[in-house]
Design a protein around this ligand. Structure first.
Ligand code: FES
Ligand code: FE
Length: 426
């Protein structure tokens, strides 16, 4: 039987001990937990909607969903980006039904009300005749959705009194700068979307702290010689910040897998510490709470190491199902040839058909299936997240947050789930 919200919260607080590395399995599949997450996390916090470069021109727009509700994100004639709830204010029809396009105004498919991309209602068919000049169009503009941007990322929130985006991103901005702000980045093509029969948190958790799986799950890739060795992912740092965010930084790397010609540009966008880090960095993998993961990695393309940058959103569409949206980003000012090879590097590794992606989603699916049981002990199953508890943070790491001098740890997951539990209790 389904637990009530109160029962679920009480049981959660009895069984979940992030500090001790105890995470119960049922939080991945329980329907009441899923409803609580929607209410207390996805309706309250900032969630990624997309990237500014997806709508580069005046009047470009795209449709996204924010916690399951359709939102139009549009760049106005004045270059400003705005977001609206995708619902006509006359009788509630979904105003826009195309994924993306270019329009200065939107006409409702039901009765033809016409809205400017600033939200105003500017046209009503036969208005004077049928309303006798009495329709107050000024109060019938589209409902605005609160958005905020950082380094090209567009976030939205349903919270009418949200924590400022800057505070929410907190120290994780330092890592977002390296990952997505080292130079002007642009998204290539529309995002790819695919369904995985997995709880969304497994993706976030995997990217926030799990380097340990790489030598086994992705072992075959090392055997093929596409990456150096089976323990290639241990060296480096694991770092987490406030609000559940965290990342893994693979070090060292003798080669600079970024466009050489952009070195000066990187320097001007980053601090000296950030530039030194990226110059030595093998990869950067992280999760911004709740469900945005970013990844800068590289692979050999025709004998040369080429980096690729991607971000992905683990969008819940049920307790045991998610839609993954992935974006490929590239350095806007790199040569066309470099951009092409970077895309190849992405397609080979973390695109929906990439070798890493295939390995990972198979694991996510099986974990979710095993967590879904109704056998008597199902609610007592727990996971072990104690790895690295014996370690102390290092003090010589240049970035903010709590840093450990080894990537094989579950400290970031404990931090992620601690924040998750805080919000669930809020
Ligand atoms: Fe949109 Fe009537 S519902 S015009
Ligand atoms: Fe993986």
């Amino acid at each position: 039987d389904e637990m009530t919200r109160e029962e679920a919260l009480q049981y959660l607080n009895e069984t979940m001990k992030p500090e001790e590395g105890v995470i119960p399995a049922y939080i991945l599949t329980d329907p009441t937990i899923y409803k609580l997450e929607h209410e207390k996390i996805f309706m309250k916090t900032w969630v990624l909607l997309g990237h500014e470069s997806e709508i580069p021109n005046k009047n470009d727009y795209m449709l996204r969903d924010l916690a399951g509700y359709s939102v139009i994100i549009s760049r106005g004639q004045d270059e400003e980006i705005r977001a609206f709830y995708n619902m006509c204010t006359h009788r509630g029809m979904k105003l826009c039904r195309a994924d993306h396009g270019n329009k200065a105004n939107f006409t409702c498919p039901y009765h033809g009300f016409n809205f400017k991309n600033t939200g105003e209602l500017i046209g009503v068919p036969l208005q004077n005749d049928i309303y006798g000049g009495k329709l107050d169009t000024s109060s019938m503009g589209l409902n605005k959705v609160t958005i905020g941007t950082y380094r090209g990322l567009i976030f939205g929130t349903w919270n009418d009194n949200p924590q400022p985006l800057d505070d929410f991103l907190s120290d994780f901005k330092w890592y977002l700068d390296i990952g997505l702000g080292r130079t002007e980045m642009e998204v290539v093509g529309p995002p790819q979307k695919f369904i995985v029969h997995s709880n969304w948190k497994i993706g976030s958790d995997n990217f926030v702290s799990d380097s340990y799986h790489t030598m086994v799950t992705h072992g075959s890739i090392a055997q093929l010689g596409m990456v150096p060795s089976a323990t290639y992912s241990k060296k480096g740092y694991q770092v987490h910040t406030d609000n559940g965010h965290g990342c893994l930084i693979g070090m060292p790397n003798p080669d600079f897998p970024f466009p050489e010609e952009l070195k000066d540009e990187f320097k001007s966008h980053l601090t000296t510490e950030q530039f030194d880090l990226i110059s030595n960095m093998k990869n950067l993998i992280g999760t911004l709470f709740p469900n945005l993961s970013i990844l800068v990695s590289h692979t050999k393309v025709k004998g040369q190491l080429i980096s690729n940058t991607t971000m992905r959103l683990w969008k819940p569409i049920g307790p045991d199902k998610m839609e993954v949206m992935t974006w490929f980003l590239v350095e806007k000012n790199a040569s066309e040839d470099w951009k092409y090879r970077s895309r190849e590097s992405y397609i080979l590794t973390f695109s929906p058909s990439g070798i890493f992606e295939q390995d990972d989603t198979e694991v996510f699916t099986d974990i979710t299936a095993a967590a879904s049981g109704v056998m008597p002990f199902a609610k007592k199953l727990t996971y072990n997240y104690t790895m690295g508890m014996h370690r102390e943070p290092v003090t010589d790491f240049p970035g903010p947050g709590v840093a450990y001098g080894d990537k094989f740890s579950e400290a970031n997951s404990r931090n992620y789930y601690r924040y998750w539990l805080n919000l669930m209790n809020s």
